[in-house]
Design a protein around this ligand. Structure first.
Ligand code: 5RP
Length: 226
C-alpha cells in the first residue's frame, strides 16, 4: 500500500509548475506528496511555489520539507489542490475526513483551479458509503442532538473518540466529529447539501462534484480517472 501511495504522490508532481499556489491536503498519501514537492522545489530551483496547508499536519510537513507556506487569505487564487480521499465513486464523488481536517480541506479544494485526488485502488467503490462512514464536523454542544436527527436520514452516527481516556477527537476548529453510516447514499450531492442544512453542522465529508482528476495507485501502475 505504501508503495502505491508513493507512486501516486510522485505522479502528482507532473502537475506542478513554477509560480503555482498549491493546496496541501492532509493524510498519509499527501504526506508523501509534500515530501516530494519539497524535493522538486529544491532540485528544480522553483522560486515561486507556495503551499496552502489544510491542517497543522500539512503545515509541519511543508516546513520540514522546505515548501514555503502561506495562508488562504494571503493568496488571490489556488492553482491546484492535492489531497487523498477515503472513498472515490465512478463519478469522482468522494468521502474524506478520516484525518478530521475535512472543513479546511473543502474550503481550499472547492476553490482550487484543479483538485487532484491521490488514492490507492482500495479506495475505489461503486457507491459512496459502502465501506466508510461519512464524517460530519459539528459544534460540540449539538453532537447528541445531531446524532439523533441523523436517524431521519436512515443513518446511525457515532461520536469519534480519540480514546476512552482522552475523550472525543477535537478538530483544529474546536469541534467534534460524528461518523455517520447511511443505509444507502443514492445522491451524494443532495446528501452533502442536506447535511449542511442541519443547524450545528459545520461541514461534512462528502465532496460531491469537486474533484477534477483522481490518480489511482494500482499494482499495474498509476491510473487516471477524470
Ligand atoms: C483527511 C483526509 C485524508 O485525505 C483521507 O483520510 C485519506 O488519507 P490517507 O491518504 O492517509 O489514506 O480526508 O481529513
Amino acid at each position: 500500500m505504501e508503495e502505491l501511495k508513493r507512486a501516486v504522490a510522485k505522479e502528482a508532481l507532473k502537475f506542478i509548475e513554477d509560480d503555482m499556489v498549491v493546496g496541501l491536503g492532509t493524510g498519509s498519501t499527501t504526506a508523501y506528496f509534500i515530501e516530494y514537492l519539497g524535493k522538486l522545489i529544491m532540485e528544480e530551483e522553483l522560486e515561486d511555489v507556495y503551499g496552502v496547508p489544510t491542517s497543522y499536519q500539512a503545515r509541519l510537513l511543508a516546513l520540514e520539507y522546505g515548501v514555503p507556506v502561506v495562508n488562504l487569505d494571503e493568496v488571490d487564487a489556488i492553482d491546484i489542490a492535492v489531497d487523498g480521499a477515503d472513498e472515490v465513486d465512478p463519478y469522482l464523488n468522494l468521502i474524506k475526513g478520516r484525518g478530521a481536517a475535512l472543513t479546511m480541506e473543502k474550503i481550499i479544494e472547492y476553490r482550487a483551479g484543479t483538485f487532484l485526488v491521490l488514492v490507492d485502488e482500495s479506495k475505489l467503490v461503486e457507491r459512496l458509503g459502502q465501506k466508510m462512514p461519512v464524517p460530519i464536523e459539528v459544534i460540540p454542544a449539538a453532537w447528541r442532538a445531531i446524532a439523533e436527527e441523523l436517524e431521519v436520514f436512515n443513518a446511525t452516527a457515532e461520536l469519534r473518540m480519540a480514546s476512552k481516556k482522552d475523550g472525543p477527537v477535537v478538530t483544529e476548529n474546536g469541534n467534534f466529529i460524528l461518523d455517520a453510516r447511511f443505509h444507502r447514499i443514492d445522491d451524494p450531492l443532495d446528501l452533502e447539501i442536506e447535511l449542511n442544512n442541519i443547524p450545528g453542522v459545520v461541514e461534512n465529508g462528502i465532496f460531491a462534484d469537486i474533484a477534477d482528476i483522481v490518480l489511482v495507485g494500482t499494482r499495474e501502475g498509476v491510473k487516471r480517472m477524470e
